[in-house]
Ligand binder design. Structure first.
Ligand code: NAD
Length: 497
């Protein structure tokens, strides 16, 4: 536990030197155009600094560097044990700089400092070290060939990887990509979200300090429609890995089709159902979990449990328990270590969330908790965790990803109906089931079209299990050895003996 107080963090925030330039070939550099944009903190509206606004010219330079370093073999052909050691050093440097990185993340994105320090930074470091640890323990295959043939089935790095990431877990999402991408020997161009670029920019220097050769990791801050699009359309990017909205995920598939048919791996949105059956083993635990599933990270979580499906026979007892549990999730100053709900990432996102709350009202759902913007006097963007009861799954607040702390409560009468409602969404990222009936748990889990299913908990998992979506929540998987498929090509070599 940190002993730093809110006053300590505020002092550090005042002393912080913010780097906003791009990172190309091992050096911080301005955008080719010289253009910048302002980085505003959602904590209190303060200007944090100017960020290089990269575009197609910067993408060209970065891809050229990345291709040159890849072809040189300085990283791509390094022995896996050496890449492993470097990745572990990179992870250690993140941990050594945990307080600085946590502060950057909180100021930039608005999440509570305790989350940044104890969840985001360690999670990001773990993604780097886990992938690095794995890389010298994976073996290729020898095919079942005739006596006079040798068939080798090998994996090789795909080449130049463009990694485009969102703002909700800026450092962790970046490292879910960088871990396997770098460990397998690729050169990478990382494009952080324009809403939260600071930690991605900072760790580029730590990568070089760890021993990753210059040019292997390049970071291009900038807008999606400029530098993001340029990477999507670039003919010398071999693979695009993306985390973000379904809308932009679809756009990247178009870019790939219009250019070099680069591989496109997408981790996109969600509208995850949290199904509470009447025979849940512990209703109090289910209620607390339902509250954290929508309030943690201000509800800005791809797997947020944003649809709470409750068996009708227990709804009158269970909903007040959820409302009570949600009272422990209170927006406050993110630099206070006791705060568990921070600011929404920016004014635009706050207005989106407020407009969904308005749509809940106008569609006839019943507001039973929250519903308002608060702490306006701080200059920050804070919205109360909110619950609507009496929601039908056809309503906009039940169908669309809000990406804020707004929970829709929907009643059901049978397991079949719960499954039907749960699957009635374009998304398929995650789902949870609360029941003590082992058969019902298994049968419901099998029927749910979701990449992750949790039983009697919400949001379990670590680096050992794959993470990703069915349907329009994406393709491919982050985390686990399955993630390596995205960063490697499979080659069959036949040798006549
Ligand atoms: P977004 O799609 O708006 O942006 C994601 C990234 O794409 C940003 O870096 C953005 O600059 C870039 N981008 C935007 N337009 C682009 C374009 N035309 N070409 C190329 N790049 C472009 O998403 P967001 O608002 O940053 O993040 C929220 C979304 O991310 C939510 O939908 C959430 O569910 C999703 N998400 C998914 C996962 C997962 O693992 N499935 C994890 C976290 C977040």
């Amino acid at each position: 536990m940190t002993t730093l107080t809110r006053a300590d963090w505020e002092q550090r925030a005042r002393d912080l030197k913010i780097e906003g330039r791009a990172f190309l070939n091992g050096e911080y550099t301005d955008a080719v155009s010289g253009e910048t944009f302002e980085c505003i903190s959602p904590v209190d509206g303060r200007l944090l600094g100017k960020i290089a606004s990269c575009d197609a010219a910067d993408a060209d330079c970065a891809v050229e560097n990345a291709r040159a370093t890849f072809n040189s073999g300085v990283w791509s052909r390094l022995a896996p044990t050496k890449r492993k050691a470097t990745m572990i050093r990179f992870a250690s440097l993140l941990k050594q700089h945990a307080e600085e990185l946590a502060l950057l993340e909180t100021l930039d994105m608005g999440k509570p400092i305790s989350d940044s320090l104890y969840i985001d930074v360690p999670g990001a470091a773990q993604a780097l070290s886990w992938s690095g640890e794995a890389i010298d323990k994976i073996y290729d295959e020898v095919a079942a060939t005739p006596h006079d043939q040798l068939g080798l089935v090998t994996r090789e790095p795909v080449g130049v990887v463009g990694a485009i990431v969102p703002w909700n877990f800026p450092l962790m999402m970046a490292c879910w990509k960088l871990g396997p991408a770098l460990s397998t020997g690729n050169s990478v161009i990382l494009k952080p979200s324009e809403k939260s670029p600071l930690t991605a920019i900072r760790i580029a220097a730590l990568a070089v300090e760890a021993g990753i050769p210059k040019g292997v990791l390049n970071v291009l801050p900038g807008y999606g429609h400029t530098v993001g699009k340029a990477l999507g359309l670039h003919n010398d990017v071999d693979t695009l890995v993306f985390t973000g909205s379904t809308k932009i995920a679809k756009q990247l598939m178009v870019y790939a089709g219009e250019s070099n048919m680069k591989r496109v791996w997408l981790e996109a949105g969600g509208k995850s159902p949290n199904i509470v059956f009447a025979d849940a083993p512990d209703l109090q635990a289910a209620a607390e979990s339902a509250a954290s599933a929508i309030a943690f990270n201000q509800g800005e979580v791809c797997t947020a449990g944003s649809r709470l499906l409750v068996e009708r026979s227990i709804k009158d007892k269970f909903l007040p328990m959820v409302i009570e549990a949600l009272k422990t999730w209170k927006p406050g100053n993110p630099l206070d270590p006791a705060t568990n709900v921070g600011a929404l990432v920016d004014t635009q996102q706050m207005n989106t969330v407020l407009s969904y709350i308005e749509s809940g009202h106008s569609d006839g759902a019943k507001l039973v908790a929250g519903g308002k913007r608060i702490l306006q006097e701080t200059g920050g963007t804070y919205v109360e965790p909110t619950i609507f009861d009496g929601v039908s799954n056809a309503m906009k607040i039940a169908q669309e990803e809000i990406f804020g702390p707004v929970l829709s409560v929907i009643a059901f009468d049978s397991a079949e109906e719960a499954i039907q409602i749960a699957n009635d969404t374009p998304y398929g990222l995650a789902a949870a089931i609360w029941t003590q009936d082992i058969s019902k748990a298994h049968l419901t889990a099998k029927a749910l079209r979701a990449g992750s299913v949790w039983v009697n908990q919400y949001d379990g998992g670590d680096m050992t299990a794959p993470f990703g979506g069915f349907k329009q929540s994406g393709n491919g998987r982050d985390k686990s050895l399955h993630a390596f498929d995205k960063y490697t090509e499979l080659k069959a070599t036949w040798i006549k003996l």
